[in-house]
Write a protein of this length. Structure first.
Lengths: 102, 130, 135, 130, 102, 135
């Protein structure tokens, strides 16, 4: 019974990602979309907080949103995976519910 | 699998309606069913037929109207949210004594019960907002 | 009873600055007619929605906080409020309105609808739902 | 003193248009001049005459239209932002081949130059947004 | 040549207040309005950051927004002052420019 | 020249997730015709607006980042970018597009429009304005 959590806000502007990470359960998935994809950046002031969760939780970013913002997938934190919209759909189908951290 | 979609933000201002459109298109392409998309909060503004985006930008309303036409997706605009924000169909305009309406083809105005019903009847509910 | 689903309304935003709190409450009221298993979660700035003594005359916006006290009449009786969210904001349970319901399974005894839970318990509540609506 | 005001968010969804209204009212009461209020981004949606808020809520559009009538405040809606979001006057509707318009009394549609001009001509500029 | 800075977002959700406080100059004024008034609360996780600035900078909250949210003026951080819309207007007039931290 | 004012456009939001970055740029372009003393500030998430290599085909939204490179033609040549904001986001100046202008006072020599400044310098820039427009 896993949940897909979506985060669409930049974690540098808004607390949504941190609140999400504080409430995920082991085995859940987190997908960063829209301005949320900045949360996948390695070497930022928030990378450690994300990396610390990337073991017990699967962390994804939406590839198309990453490209739009000029971020190469090579810049992602280790353990964070880029997926396309088809991957987004699969995550929704494979988990039991989706929760948006607006 | 039946996937219901909730859109909570207005067009152009937030990416929500764009992301939702890409998601729904991908879901249908993957063989899922998206029987209904519910527009709430500023999301109701997606349904206006009066928008005139620049020629080199996407037309968000036409994207959705086209999807409804092609796949029969039920595009429901919340009546209470729509009234606050000035999004009316002909019926509502007459009922409220307004001299114009602005809803686009493929959208219909109905109550919040349609959102709950979508939650009950669909296997998943995905929200796009701010 | 396979057609009864667990619905969770997640409230993470403060009232009045934006309309989400009010329009969330409007969904809850309409949703009550569908006889689902309804819970409300208040965390992060959502806990500000429940403060007592709200007076909105000065800002010209309707005060909707009394509506929370009517939720019991709609059989919406589970309002989970996160303890850590209160603490981070310098609030305690005493700063919140009293919201009661009459328990029909217990001789209509008056009971509090607000349940203060830890962050870990809130995560458990969230993980136990069929449908999660976020505002 | 001349105070110009910029409103960047839509009605009801954000408090910006309410706070701005209270601020402008107080500024005029204090003897200041508010020659112009400029509506940008979703702020353009304040100008729709089609909104029907619940009877026990304030009517944001009517508040502003009333202020314009009483004090002659120039309420300018950005044309580019308005086109994207479907806020049109009769002229614009005709020019764009749309069958309806939705602008309320007291508002006029014009270019972004009016915002810059307001910044140049006013002693202060105060922004209300999100 | 002082600036009036306005902050309208809750500092518990959004970084705007902290960014504002990082950019104010001595002698400037900060006015918290709308959901920003929560930044004036004593005893919160952010009170110290606000209190630390309340010496070199004048910090205000909009009284009407405070009342709307059920916060008594007695709950404010020492050195934070509640003003009405008339006080807001005076602050705009008395400073040289207004900057909104949206 | 008392009718020339110092205008600062403050950009604190990321592109594409919301429209503020694009509509800010539209004001800058129109404003350029008024021959005021114009500066742009990029801080907090606003620095993300200037990253190079933006490709928006996948999200169906127009890529407006090339427009920044045209600002020099409008005599908008002062783009202040905050160093601390870059660092907190794991970015360096190399991640930003190159934006140049031709300096008419220096034999039309090509010069960079982007000026990396410290947080304290950014505060000085802000305090030196007549009109501050925030997006």
């Amino acid at each position: 019974m896993a949940t897909l959590h979506t985060v669409n806000k930049s974690p540098f502007a808004n607390q949504s990602l941190l609140s999400c990470l504080n409430h995920v359960k082991d085995g859940d998935s987190v997908l960063m979309i829209e301005d949320g994809v900045y949360g996948g950046l390695a070497g930022s002031g928030l990378s450690d907080a994300v990396a610390a969760k990337a073991g017990s939780v699967q962390v994804f970013v939406l590839q198309e949103d990453l490209e739009a913002r000029g971020i190469d997938a090579g810049r992602l934190i280790d353990g964070v995976t880029a997926v396309g919209y088809d991957g987004f759909v699969n995550l929704v189908a494979e988990t039991d519910r989706t929760q948006a951290w607006l | 699998m039946k996937i219901g979609v909730l859109i909570s933000e207005g067009p152009y201002t937030h990416q929500a309606a764009d992301t939702a459109f890409k998601f729904v298109t991908a879901a249908i392409a993957a063989g899922h069913e998206v029987p209904r998309v519910f527009f709430y909060h500023d999301g109701v503004n997606v349904a206006t037929r009066l928008s005139v985006p620049p020629q080199d930008e996407r037309n968000i309303q036409q994207n959705w109207s086209g999807l409804a036409k092609e796949h029969g997706t039920d595009l429901v605009v919340c009546i209470a949210a729509a009234q606050r924000r000035g999004l009316l169909d002909e019926n509502e305009a007459n009922r409220q004594g307004k001299d114009a309406n602005n809803i686009a083809d493929g959208f219909r105005i109905s109550g919040l019960g349609q959102l709950i019903e979508m939650g009950i009847q669909c296997d998943r509910l995905v929200t796009f907002g701010d | 009873m396979s057609d009864v689903k667990k619905f969770l309304y997640v409230n993470r935003k403060a009232p009045y600055g934006t309309i989400y709190a009010l329009e969330s409450l409007e969904v809850v009221l309409i949703g009550a007619a569908f006889e689902q298993d309804v819970s409300l979660a208040f965390l992060d700035d959502g806990v500000f929605q429940l403060t007592k003594g709200q007076k909105t005359d000065g800002i010209g916006v309707k005060n909707f906080s009394p509506t929370f006290r009517a939720l019991g009449d709609y059989e919406v009786t589970k309002l989970y409020v996160e303890k850590e969210s209160l603490e981070e904001r310098g609030l305690t349970e005493d700063d919140l309105q009293e919201i009661m319901y009459e328990d029909e399974d217990d001789d209509w005894e008056e009971k509090p609808s607000i349940r203060i839970v830890s962050r870990a318990e809130m995560a458990d509540v969230m993980a136990d739902q069929d449908v999660v609506l976020s505002f």
